[in-house]
Write a new protein. Sequence first.
Length: 251
Amino acid sequence: MAIETLPTTSATTIRSEEVERFNRLAATWWNSAGPMRPLHVINGLRLGYVLEQIAQRFGSPTGDLRQLRIADVGCGGGLMCEPLAERGAQVVGVDAAARNIAAARLHADDKGLDIDYRVGEPDAALHAGDLFDVILLLEVVEHVDNLQVFMQQAARHLRPGGLLLASTINRTARSFVTAIVGAEYVLRLLPRGTHRWAQFVRPEELRLAARACALEQRDCRGMAYLPAIHRAWWTGNLSVNYIASFSKTAH
């Protein structure tokens, strides 16, 4: 069956209220005991997955990212950018919230890391000649208005043979109870309004959006997070958090 490739477009995909909310939270990114604590916990788990998938795809030792160019789209304060740069990757971090990028630059400068941070949506922040071995869309696709357009804007910058990884939240009754009612209203682990259940993305929706960008799914894995002890682990259950990897056919 033929794959329908999305047309090139510069459509806006990021909601303005999302940008403003993350601008307000920018100063808290590197406070591991603050509002971003769940992200700090989950980030350790995700980093292991990213390194594993890169090693499998490129046949390199796990953690050796030299010679690789990586774009983290929706990078926030740089929680994933920094450990990748520390392992030798050439990293470009993109975020629509200017204050997120300011916080990321400041923290990277303090650590002496050379990371290319850019403000804007991928269609504007990534230049025509920008090509990457790996593109990350971590906890960002649930914050956009048009999933397919957003993924297409990012995927057009992936080299043939490259790897795209996306993590997000499934749109299920369980995710509504866990990620919104529990995390935002009961336990107050996240600021109220962080997520909109209607924007959550089912695994099949993510797979089909990726396929429309000529990407084939390699793996999909569920994540669980226990807020009482701030611990995250892998699970076969995709009903709340999950991460998936996709590859672009080499020509």
